[in-house]
Design a protein around this ligand. Structure first.
Ligand code: PLP
Length: 379
């Protein structure tokens, strides 16, 4: 396995002390991202009010994210969490003709269900597609999505076991039935290439804190231009207006495109971080990251199995992402013990998730899996 990203390792100070494999929860902080955060602080500390610079940075970040997912700039709104992005859509999606059903899956992150079930007009129209051994077959979408389905909401990659869905094939099915497709890409953006046009996605959201290498406080909402124009967000505010400079209370005019989903002042400091983080991803290329991580994930699964660890899945090559979930009864305890061995992972329920990024190498995986297997033997 050739490791072409060695020169980037020095950008991540954490790597000199720890094996960092928790990208499904929080990406490692890179020096340029940290510098961008300091830059925001420095402006406030020494020059005072930095509104103009902050707005300029917001627009730069919007453009960069649009480039990252193959969208147009005015198809992107900048919000503060994925939950906010989902709530914004849920608050204003109108029933269309006889369509009022919302399809979710049981592999969605729980926040998705919390939000849809909290909507008075939708809560009795929510149906869950159930996974089998952590997977959902296309035939289930064929069966469950009907001509009464308004929106089908799916994760690109499961937060629990790394199962990856084929978005284009699902899009073909749900569109044939006349449903909109909403994709939660929080577990894929930054390490799996996304092109919203080629994948035929109507709405997509992701945050920057995981594989996108930012910090909490920024989430993006992509919404197809034609669709955005038809929606009138109820979760709104002055940033969703055509102009933030016109202080007119009585004649609100929604901004064109996705911007109408913005509300109030965003977390500018997180936007500074996001901008640099996306820079890094664009520089390296998400396609290159994916090619490398596929090899690292294959190694993780093979070596983990050799060491006697139980893989949740496993999935076919097309349905695997770079994250591997190993069964661990007391996962939180194991996470803590691994940290004592200088390995940082993220536990969820009964699994330890091994979620590398381009800055990890094979030796780190060998060490982490050996330590994990040792801990599992001791139990
Ligand atoms: C797939 C997925 N969606 C949504 C969320 C929640 O995102 P937020 O806290 O920004 O609402 C997470 C968080 O871990 C996630 O993994």
């Amino acid at each position: 396995m050739t490791y072409q990203f060695h020169s980037y390792r020095s950008l991540f100070p954490i790597l000199s002390d720890y094996v960092y494999l928790a990208n499904c929860s929080q990406g490692a902080l890179a020096l340029p991202v940290s510098k961008a955060i300091e830059e925001y602080n420095r402006q406030l500390l020494f020059s005072g009010r930095n509104w103009k610079q902050s707005i300029a940075k917001m627009e730069e970040t919007r453009e960069k994210f649009a480039k990252l997912i193959g969208a147009e700039t005015d198809e992107i709104a900048i919000l503060t969490s994925v939950s906010d992005a989902i709530s914004a859509i849920a608050s204003c999606l109108p029933f269309r003709n006889k369509k009022k059903k919302i399809i979710l899956t049981d592999i969605d992150f729980p926040t998705v269900a919390h939000i849809w079930l909290a909507q008075e007009q939708f809560k009795n129209n929510v149906t869950f597609i159930h996974s089998t051994n952590g997977m959902i077959h296309l035939t289930q979408y064929e069966k469950e999505v009907t001509n009464e389905t308004l929106l089908t909401c799916i994760p690109h990659v499961s937060f629990y076991n790394g199962y990856k869905q084929n978005i284009k094939e699902i899009a073909d099915i749900v569109h044939r039935k006349g449903s909109l497709l909403f994709v939660d890409a929080y577990q894929s953006a930054g390490h799996i290439p996304i092109n919203v046009k080629e994948m035929d996605i109507d709405i997509l959201t992701t945050g920057t804190r995981k594989y996108m290498l930012g910090i909490p406080g920024v989430a993006f909402l992509y919404i197809k231009k034609e669709l955005a124009q038809q929606l009138k967000p109820k979760l709104t505010g002055w940033f969703g207006q055509e102009s933030t400079a016109v202080f007119n209370m009585s004649n609100p005019v929604f901004a064109t495109g996705a911007r109408r989903f913005e509300t109030g002042t965003p977390s500018f400091i997180s936007i500074y971080a996001a901008c640099e983080a996306i820079n890094l991803l664009l520089q390296i290329g998400v396609h290159n990251i994916q090619l490398y991580l596929q090899q690292l994930a294959d190694y993780t699964r093979n070596f983990g199995a050799e060491k006697g660890l139980q893989i949740i899945g496993p999935f076919s090559a097309e349905s695997s992402s770079s994250m591997t979930a190993f069964y661990a009864k007391n996962a939180l305890k194991v996470e803590q013990l691994l940290k004592e061995k200088k390995v940082i992972v993220a536990a969820r329920n009964d699994v330890i998730r091994i979620a590398p990024h381009f800055y990890n190498n094979k030796d780190e995986l060998t060490y982490a899996i050996t330590e994990l297997a040792r801990l599992m033997m001791e139990k």
